[in-house]
Design a protein around this ligand. Structure first.
Ligand code: ADP
Length: 492
């Protein structure tokens, strides 16, 4: 029988992407579709969803319906989005009351209802279409209530008799925590008694915790992060529940979309290159420096950063380090990102204080992110924690040496270089503190001055394979295990 999955996600690149969730949702669904799975991604039809490349049409049984979330009632339709460049058809939930607003995420009081409704609408759409998925795959807190919904309010439906659930954690830092007073809006009715008693005693509902407790399988996006989240240090209050079911928690490193991220063909770049000939990378370096108004002398490393700017990403660890190095003129810096005001102000001040040496582009730009990956010499990711991280893998592919902290997926994908043996792919530092960042940047500057060592480092990285094929094999195995044994690796 053809494997089938109802796949519920808040982001799906390139139509809607805030961070890695968008890339990963789309790439994984795309490759599983290519391997013959009947995979049906459900996502909101946000006002800000970019419809380019999508042919959108109604689905007769899913037009003009209503969903009740406790006292709240919403009218919605589900539309089919045919992807003109291939891939599975998308199921776009059109509900203006929930998604007809600016931005993808927000702070409005009904934020949780936007995603709880998405989750229930996806399951009710399966019912209306007579689609009995073998797997319901949910992602992060937004859709983490699907397993509990299936075990309670939809348990009566034989359609879901053989359905098993997979929850992928892309970031444990976002848990969907609500005041208990809002419990009615979850639409669980009497089944609300199944919600975690400990959270209830604290006057809360924690949506991600419910997913972790009730999903048949839980996985996260790197083996390292899967281990780390079972510890109090990075478990963010959920380590005990994760430890309690460690036999069904696994880590699968994300892959890289080689079509979108290939320096030899990247359509966003004016110059191309590959491991055998890096002259195009030198042209990209000049083009990037010109575009950003940097002087970028050949002997001085140009460091790139592309990031959401927040605590997780460790931006504050660079605050005392970058001004010193820029002041001495030993690095150039190209930053693209947005997020918390204090970090935006920090990079603004660097650009102001060090004209020609530092540039900051506030905002989101897919194109500039490709330019920075291609044109920079090194790429800095001082994350406090990093479930997987994509940019370090893009960097490796683009001959841009990653400087990363030894955490989560960064530690799984970058090996510290050893100049003596010539092995390793980047610079890996241990501690989340400014001296460690300083050490890492000084090490990079040192190695950059030795062209042979630097070239070795670049080529080692470019030879790494982070294709989605490998990750997709692991997801297929996870789906199989979940179908057969409810996700337990011991019996699988
Ligand atoms: P996270 O999901 O925590 O944001 P990841 O490294 O997993 O971190 O994924 C981030 C993705 O979003 C990468 O593809 C990165 O290039 C992209 N990205 C982040 N900020 C920006 C930005 N300001 N402009 C363009 N792309 C960005």
């Amino acid at each position: 029988m053809r494997p089938s999955a109802c796949y519920i996600t808040a982001e799906f690149a390139p139509y809607v992407k805030v961070g890695g969730l968008g890339d990963v949702s789309a790439a994984l669904a795309g490759i599983l579709h290519g391997r013959g799975h009947d995979i049906r991604p459900f996502l909101p039809l946000y006002d800000d969803l970019d419809r380019k490349g999508l042919a959108i049409e109604p689905i007769a049984p899913l037009a003009d319906l209503e969903i009740a979330m406790g006292p709240h009632r919403y009218r919605y339709s589900v539309l089919r989005g045919r992807q003109q460049h291939g891939g599975p058809d998308l199921y776009l939930v059109d509900c203006p009351a929930l998604y007809g607003r600016k931005g993808i995420y927000g702070n409005a009081a009904d934020e949780h209802l936007r995603f709880l409704a998405l989750t229930r609408i996806a399951l009710e759409s399966c019912q209306r279409l007579g689609f009995a998925p073998r797997i319901v795959h949910c992602h992060d807190w937004h859709t983490a209530l699907a397993p509990l919904y299936l075990r309670t309010i939809y348990a009566w439906d034989r359609l879901f008799e053989h359905t098993r659930t997979v929850l992928t954690i892309h970031n444990l830092g976002y848990q969907g925590v609500l005041p208990w007073d809002w419990v009615e809006g979850l639409g669980l009715g009497d089944a609300a008694r199944e919600l975690d008693a400990g959270e209830r005693a604290e006057g809360r509902v924690n949506l991600l915790r419910e997913g972790l407790k009730h999903a048949d399988s839980v996985n996260t996006v790197s083996p390292g992060y899967a281990r780390e989240i079972c510890t109090p240090a990075l478990g963010m209050g959920l380590d005990a529940v994760l430890r309690g079911r460690h036999d069904s928690v696994s880590g699968i490193l994300n892959g890289v979309d080689h079509e979108a991220w290939d320096p030899a063909t990247d359509p966003m770049l004016p110059a191309h290159f590959e491991a055998g000939d890096l002259s195009g990378k030198a042209r990209m370096r000049t083009a990037l420096a010109d575009r950003l108004g940097l002087d970028a002398p050949a002997g001085t490393p140009l460091v790139g950063m592309v990031s959401r700017l927040n605590w997780q990403k460790g931006i504050d660890l660079t605050e005392s380090v970058l001004p010193t190095l820029l002041g001495r003129g030993t690095i150039r810096l190209a930053v693209l990102g947005n997020g918390e005001a204090r970090y935006e102000q920090f990079f603004d001040s660097l650009a102001r204080d060090f004209p020609g040496r530092a540039s900051f582009t506030r905002g989101y730009s897919e194109e500039l992110s490709h330019w920075i990956e291609a044109g920079a010499d090194a790429f800095l990711m001082p994350s406090r924690y990093e479930p997987c991280g994509l940019n370090q893998m893009y960097s490796l592919r683009y001959g841009t040496v990653p400087i990363v902290r030894r955490t989560g997926g960064l530690a799984d994908s970058v090996e510290h270089f050893d100049p003596a043996s010539g092995t390793g792919t980047g610079i890996v530092f241990n501690d989340p503190d400014p001296p460690a960042v300083r050490w890492a940047l000084d090490t990079m500057i040192d190695w950059f001055r030795s062209p042979a060592a630097w070239r070795r480092l670049q080529l080692n990285g470019m030879q790494q394979d982070f294709s989605w094929e490998r990750s997709a094999d692991a997801y297929e195995a996870l789906y199989r295990r979940t179908r057969r044994h409810g996700g337990k690796s011991k019996s699988g």
